[in-house]
Ligand binder design. Structure first.
Ligand SMILES: [Zn+2]
Length: 241
């Protein structure tokens, strides 16, 4: 999970529209939020990912579910409140279900910084706070088959790539070092917000010994440029340590 930066309420969702759809929901109890302009804005908010587990839900919006942070079953007057809508995958939306977030709060990825509440170790999430603990429990964020194994698969591949990247670095010519730097840049991009599972990628890269050795080698050779500095800062925003 990473912190998401709010996007403005879609222009189509005027105060009158909110009122109309809320009343229609209260009357008919059918979903009224599956509008394209709502889904598009939610996909923009989360870079096409589930706001909790970071899996890709962007494929034509078909895997995206409109999640009500405060559940629609308990807070019917908030069903169309823009701040209450989040993009989620079927798995996370299903786990969260009717959980009462006002009685027992969980992390809101726009309002809370997940890294203040969660850490990642051995591809499992650990809580730093009560909010983190409740979030892991309610959303089943250590679901072995769906999340822990996926994180392991990603992390193991990254560690192998970083191992190979560092391996012959000290023996390379300047031209060859330039190619290796491009490889590292491509790898680090995968830990930025628009990629799937970016919190896992950022955490694995920044905590890897071979990454740190490669970084210091590039610094010594005056090849740690602004692009790498900016990328590392982006990864630091997502790290769960
Ligand atoms: Zn999810």
């Amino acid at each position: 999970m990473i912190r998401l930066h709010p996007v403005p309420r879609p222009a189509e969702l005027t105060d009158d529209k909110v009122k109309e759809l809320t009343e229609r929901y209260q009357r008919e109890q059918h979903p009224v939020w599956n509008e394209k302009f709502i889904k598009d804005a939610l996909l923009e908010l989360s870079h096409g990912k589930c706001c909790y587990c970071e899996c890709d839900v962007s494929s034509g919006g078909s895997y995206l579910e409109v999640e009500h942070f405060h559940p629609k079953s308990l807070y019917q007057n908030e069903v169309m409140l823009w701040e209450n809508l989040l993009p989620a995958c079927k798995r996370c939306n299903g786990h969260k279900s009717n959980h009462d977030t006002k009685q027992e709060p969980v992390i809101h990825p726009v309002q809370n910084a997940p890294q203040d509440h969660l850490s990642l170790k051995n591809y499992r999430l650990y809580s730093k706070t009560q909010l983190g603990e409740k979030t892991i429990e309610v959303l089943d964020l250590n679901d072995r088959a769906r999340l822990v194994e996926k994180r392991f698969e990603i992390g193991d591949k990254l560690l192998t790539t970083l191992e190979n990247l560092w391996l012959d670095l000290p023996e390379l010519s300047e031209k060859q070092l330039g190619r290796k730097r491009k490889q590292l840049i491509a790898l680090m991009r995968e830990g930025t917000a628009c990629y799937e599972y970016s919190a896992t990628v950022a955490t694995v890269i920044l905590q890897d010994e071979n990454y740190q050795k490669a970084k210091h080698w590039f610094i010594q050779k005056n090849l740690w440029n602004d692009e790498l500095v900016n990328l590392e800062n982006s990864l630091l925003e997502a790290i769960l340590r």
